[in-house]
Design a protein around this ligand. Structure first.
Ligand SMILES: Nc1ncnc2c1ncn2[C@@H]1O[C@H](COP(=O)(O)OS(=O)(=O)O)[C@@H](OP(=O)(O)O)[C@H]1O
Ligand SMILES: Nc1ncnc2c1ncn2[C@@H]1O[C@H](COP(=O)(O)OP(=O)(O)O)[C@@H](O)[C@H]1O
Length: 208
């Protein structure tokens, strides 16, 4: 089900607001904003284990788009957790809220006509589906960075797997918290089988 931005009934609000907060239609819509930029707004959603290569790929994709003159915004897990989501931990409920907020922010940037790139573990199918449902058909590209757990753990760029293995981090994805792989992603990239940046051309073709 794709929600309609102009249909408040499709976006349930807090009971205290329901009766008294109304939707304000804007005179400038997404198509008009996109017109000013010369391209469509989109969301490229990377999902995968810690160390799978989400940030590396997302960053390279943004660099390439930026060089080509596209208007972009990158939302990265670690960075967003320092600000917008600084109040959230790593329980399933907090991750769901994290992904809900990111989905809403990504949608706003898409409405502004930007190509938004998100790099979050986003381990739960339902949360990713809720994010996808915020976008129109073709606006949401899901990229599963499917690097095997063993490779991610061997890379361990931040030393987090090591800490999780000795019980210093609770609820660590892949170790003692689940990762539900996408059933029907738009792209699958296993970075243990490719050079850095090798698959970015393919992503570019899907996005622009
Ligand atoms: N318990 C636990 N499990 C997984 N990851 C952890 C944990 N604690 C801290 N970190 C660091 O936080 C980053 C994941 O944040 P996300 O916002 O992407 O997570 S989620 O989408 O809400 O599941 C993740 O970033 P990436 O390594 O870039 O994936 C880790 O650096
Ligand atoms: N082909 C590849 N693509 C992406 N990253 C790779 C690749 N080969 C090795 N790496 C390394 O794997 C690590 C991935 O880390 P990162 O991009 O931060 O992952 P994530 O954001 O999923 O936690 C980096 O240290 C990166 O240099």
């Amino acid at each position: 089900m794709i929600r309609d931005a102009e249909d408040p009934a499709s976006r349930p609000s807090h009971p205290a607001c329901k009766a008294n907060v109304v939707w304000n239609p804007a005179s400038v819509n997404q198509a008009m904003r996109e017109g000013g930029k010369g391209h469509k707004g989109k969301c490229v959603w990377f999902t995968g284990l810690s160390g799978s290569g989400k940030s590396t790929l997302a960053n390279e994709l943004e660099v390439r788009l930026n060089r080509l003159g596209y208007h972009t915004m990158l939302l990265d897990g670690d960075n967003v957790r320092h600000g917008l989501c600084r109040d959230l931990g790593m329980s399933a409920a907090d991750r769901a809220e994290n992904i809900r907020r990111i989905g809403e922010v990504a949608r706003l940037f898409t409405e502004a006509g930007l190509i938004v790139i998100t790099a979050f573990i986003s381990p739960f199918r339902e949360d990713r589906q809720n994010a996808r449902d915020l976008f129109a058909e073709g606006e949401f590209v899901e990229v599963h960075v499917a690097t095997p757990l063993g490779v991610c753990e061997q890379r361990d760029p931040k030393g987090l797997y090591k800490k999780a293995r000795v019980g210093k981090i609770q609820d660590f994805t892949g170790i003692n918290s689940p990762y539900e792989p996408p059933l029907n992603p738009d792209v699958v990239i296993d970075t243990s089988n490719c050079l850095k940046g090798q698959r970015v051309d393919e992503l570019l073709k899907l996005v622009v």
